[in-house]
Design a protein around this ligand. Structure first.
Ligand code: GLU
Length: 423
């Protein structure tokens, strides 16, 4: 069956269904063995825990925590932990599977996992967040492990949470265990270049894609949705390639300036303004409007399901580089493909983060630390090679970059499973 005759999409707003419809498409094109298909369709493990935490006012609040291991066929499962009120099992399942494909696309020896806690970190004190992170680590003590399952930062988590997690896990096991998590602060075994790694990979993918499309970066415009770690650093590095960033956005809304936003000033503004762009001096637009601006490049770097069948036909960008996980729904894919919009998919475009996580894990286990220059060089090379292999698959099978990325990934994981041959 060709790409023009896709399977019907059952419910594209459910992230797991959205992931599965692309998986099905790629599996069909690959002629994936039915037994292997059946194995990869289900997460290997899903753990849900209740986490009682003493709040600052003395009351006990019980939070729900999740960790899903999708696959460990290629190695220990790897993937971040997010803190958000939107966390739910289907989302974590989809994100865990995306990690399996992401690690396979860039060729790092990991399976995929993901975790999350349903909470609103902006309403919690530092002490409450620390107790919550420690409770989660204790509850997941048998899931995590440097050769088993290795967490990392994701939405609303960062080096501080990873430091607490590593400390708690080390205490429980009675030995220092830096490689149990990545994205740690530098002084605790973090890697140089990890904080910028995802945004840097987005920039490398963007540059490679512009080359394929024959677009001159010095004459191109770009809009970036989301101004957290991924969005702001992507914007900074894409700007440094010569593109004019005409719009940025965060939870407070969008900010548009046709003459170009000064990204350094915007980052500085956000840093001195409680982490938000609220009040930034530029024309106000919404987080929906930013997606349909007349720009060459669109970088959705906020959250899932932003480009859907309801707005995909309004997208004017020629290139979408997905900084976020799952920002485009499966039904939107078809519309974008028909409209000749190139989409560098999440499992390729934002894989720079997990790539440098892998370098961090390697350094922890070696006890030997690399220079920033070495980290950047190796990560850039990994991203470029991955981009080229996905691009080649898209040409070979005449499919979108997204389906091509799934094909590259599923093929590797299927081979690993077949060699293991344990079922
Ligand atoms: N949370 C990031 C992602 O979605 C990084 C995961 C990791 O480094 O393990 O890719």
């Amino acid at each position: 069956m060709s790409y023009k005759e896709p399977a019907p999409i059952k419910n594209q707003e459910n992230p797991f269904e959205s992931m599965m419809s692309r998986f099905d498409e790629a599996a069909r094109i690959l002629g994936l063995d039915q037994n292997i298909y059946n194995v990869l369709k289900y997460p290997a493990k899903a753990v849900i825990v209740s986490l009682p935490v003493i709040m600052d006012d003395g009351t006990v609040q019980v939070f729900e925590g999740y960790r899903v291991v999708h696959s460990q066929a290629m190695g220990p499962s790897k993937g971040g932990i997010r803190y958000s009120m939107d966390v739910h099992l289907d989302e974590v399942k989809a994100l865990a599977a995306w990690m399996t494909w992401k690690c396979a696309v860039v060729g790092i020896p990991y399976g995929g996992g993901k975790g999350g806690i349903k909470c609103d970190p902006r309403k919690m004190s530092k002490g409450e967040l620390e107790r919550l992170t420690r409770a989660f680590t204790g509850a997941m003590r048998d899931v995590f492990g440097e050769e088993k399952d290795i967490p990392a930062p994701d939405m609303n988590t960062g080096p501080q949470e990873m430091a607490w997690l590593m400390d708690e896990y080390s205490k429980i096991n009675g030995q220092n265990s830096p490689a149990v998590t990545t994205g740690k602060p530098l002084v605790l075994g973090g890697s140089l270049g990890r904080v910028e790694a995802t945004g840097r990979g987005v920039m490398v993918s963007c540059r490679a894609a512009l080359g394929k499309l024959g677009i001159n970066p010095m004459e191109a415009t770009c809009a970036v949705q989301g101004f957290g770690n991924v969005g702001s650093i992507s914007a900074r590095l894409i700007r440094m390639q010569g593109l004019k960033i005409v719009a940025i956005s965060d939870i407070s809304g969008g900010y548009y300036d046709p003459n170009g936003i000064d990204i350094e000033a915007a980052i500085e503004y956000r840093n001195n303004n409680n982490g938000t762009l609220e009040g930034y001096p530029a024309e106000r637009i919404t987080n929906e409007e930013i997606l349909t601006l007349d720009v060459d490049v669109l970088v959705p770097a906020a959250m899932e399901d932003q480009i859907t069948k309801h707005n995909a036909h309004l997208v004017k960008a020629k290139l979408i580089v997905e900084g976020a996980n799952g920002p485009t729904s499966a039904s939107a894919d078809l519309i974008l493909h028909e409209n000749n919009v190139m989409v560098v998919p999440d499992i390729l475009a934002n894989a720079g983060g997990v790539t440098v996580s892998y370098f961090e894990w390697v350094q922890n286990r070696l006890g030997y630390y690399w220079t920033e220059e070495r980290v950047h060089r190796r990560a850039d090379r990994t991203m470029k090679l991955a981009f080229e292999s996905v691009y080649a698959a898209s040409q070979k099978y005449n499919v979108s970059m997204r389906i091509a990325a799934y094909i590259v990934a599923i093929d590797k994981v299927a081979k690993a499973l077949a060699f293991r041959g344990t079922f």
